[in-house]
Design a protein around this ligand. Structure first.
Ligand code: SF4
Length: 105
């Protein structure tokens, strides 16, 4: 779909994998669509946004899938209680994301 409708995004895909430099063909260490910004109300805080939010890959849409993945990624959405009881945190995460994950039924 990106090739048809979003060639600017498709330019960063190589052999079905993301994200590669369109110029060098090398694997990028950071997503090219991650944008750092400041909020007027909190000038000392850095925020990150996605330039292709509505066209982002499925991996991004369904992240995070597991609490373990969040721990590995040092996800800032983790809370202290999640680390103390990861099984309950996983149940909570599954409930929270139930509507946004694909159904394989
Ligand atoms: S959501 Fe995905 S596409 Fe968007 S900035 Fe993050 S890693 Fe990149």
């Amino acid at each position: 779909m990106w090739q048809l409708f979003k060639p600017d995004i498709a330019a960063y895909v190589k052999n079905g994998l993301i994200w590669f430099s369109p110029q060098s063909g090398k694997l990028l260490s950071l997503c090219p669509f991650l944008r750092e910004s400041k909020h007027a109300g909190e000038p000392n805080k850095t925020f990150y946004t996605c330039d292709i939010y509505y066209d982002r890959p499925e991996d991004c849409r369904f992240y995070p899938v597991t609490v373990k993945q969040m721990i590995n990624d040092e996800c800032e959405m983790l809370q202290e209680g999640d680390l103390a009881n990861p099984q309950q945190a996983q149940k909570d995460l599954d409930t929270l994301l139930k509507e946004s994950r694909p159904s394989y039924d």
